[in-house]
Design a protein around this ligand. Structure first.
Ligand code: KG4
Length: 339
């Protein structure tokens, strides 16, 4: 018998609801919050206020677009963490209220697990383009940079992660130093296409095993630009594309060096990207180039499933439902978590 899952995501600045029939998506509604653009980053208090305004219309639309009746829903899956506490509280409280009012079981979802499971979202029942277990997933977002061995839908092991900034943060913070608006990642990606990636050299960290560090790169860019601007006040304007291309290449080099090492050491040849930074065209191209040489099979989710969305929460909820993993009404959100 089929299972209908309502997924709810509110961990950062996107309010999202999705409805699934088993592992097939019926709807996925995302309300982005423009309000943060003026501040150069997400303002937590404004994010939670916007979630409060968005959550009811977003859920109503998701159910309507899915073409299901509320009575047909079998369970509610929600992002319990990690994320911004105020934002998570809105989604968690809504999910609990909805489950209580409709007498439904609740399923907690780890936001990072969900990014990985975005690879298993089916747009129709015949969709079979999915990684096989075990696969290595490079999860790169605004808040995380991790290399994960995925052994099964609910069995993952983080083998490397950032010890400071995430890759997305590196894009965003360096963009801010250059005077580019938030979020800087997509803009750097766009400008980099016109630039020479070998024009400037930025420092790369020396970190053990499969871990990452990006805070040194930010400092390296800051000092480099400070020195160049002393000589030429128009340096950024005149070299914008080359700076973006060189910076993007450095971030990709850092990410790919560790991923290649992990693949070599584990012998795993199924490689996947997840998280907002996997939208980066340079990273996608590099993964494909390396894959050709190393005979890897690669998987990159559709753009709409790489940024924050509730479809990935619902698919995770579906697998937990099959595994009988439910949680009580006393579940409170967590801002930070280990897997
Ligand atoms: O996964 P995500 O939507 O949000 C969380 O972090 O939870 O990721 C957002 C991050 C931001 O740092 C943004 O700058 C980055 O993903 N990003 C990109 C691109 N698109 C989004 N970074 C580089 N190139 C892109 N095309």
């Amino acid at each position: 018998m089929s299972v209908i899952i309502l997924g709810i995501e509110s961990s950062c600045d996107d309010t999202s609801a999705a409805v699934f029939k088993d592992d097939v998506i019926l709807s996925n509604i995302v309300a982005n919050q423009e309000v943060h653009k003026a501040y150069g980053g997400v303002v937590p208090e404004l994010a939670s206020r916007a979630h409060q305004q968005n959550i009811i219309p977003v859920v109503e639309k998701a159910i309507k677009d899915a073409g299901v009746e509320r009575e047909e829903i079998d369970a509610v899956a929600f992002t319990r963490g990690p994320g911004l506490m105020g934002s998570l509280l809105v989604g968690t409280s809504f999910a609990k209220g909805f489950a209580l009012a409709n007498n439904l079981p609740l399923i907690e979802v780890n936001h990072l697990h969900a990014h990985v499971l975005a690879h298993f979202i089916k747009e129709d029942a015949d969709d079979t383009d999915q990684p096989k277990f075990p696969f290595l997933c490079l999860l790169v977002s605004g808040g995380n940079s991790q290399i994960i061995i995925v052994r099964d839908h609910l069995d993952m092991e983080i083998i490397g992660q950032t010890i400071d900034d995430a890759a997305g943060e590196a894009f965003d913070k360096c963009a801010k130093i250059m005077g580019l608006p938030y979020p800087g990642g997509p803009l750097i990606d766009k400008l980099a296409k016109e630039g020479d990636e070998n024009k400037f050299t930025f420092s790369k960290p020396k970190i053990k095993d499969y871990d990452y560090s990006f805070s040194g790169l930010k400092t390296s860019v800051l000092y480099f630009l400070r020195d160049e601007l002393k000589k030429n006040p128009d340096f950024i304007e005149e070299n914008k594309a080359d700076i973006c291309a060189s910076l993007q290449k450095t971030i990709i080099d850092i990410l790919m060096d560790k991923l290649e090492k992990a693949a070599k050491d584990t012998g795993i040849t199924q490689l996947a990207l997840a998280g907002g930074v996997s939208a980066n065209s340079g990273l996608r191209n590099r993964l494909e180039e390396v894959a050709k040489k190393k005979n890897w099979e690669t998987f990159i989710p559709k753009f709409s499933y790489t940024t924050d969305n509730a479809a990935m929460i619902a698919i995770n909820g579906y697998h937990k439902y099959l595994n009988n993993e439910f949680i009580g009404q006393d579940a409170a959100p967590f801002a930070r978590t280990e897997f």
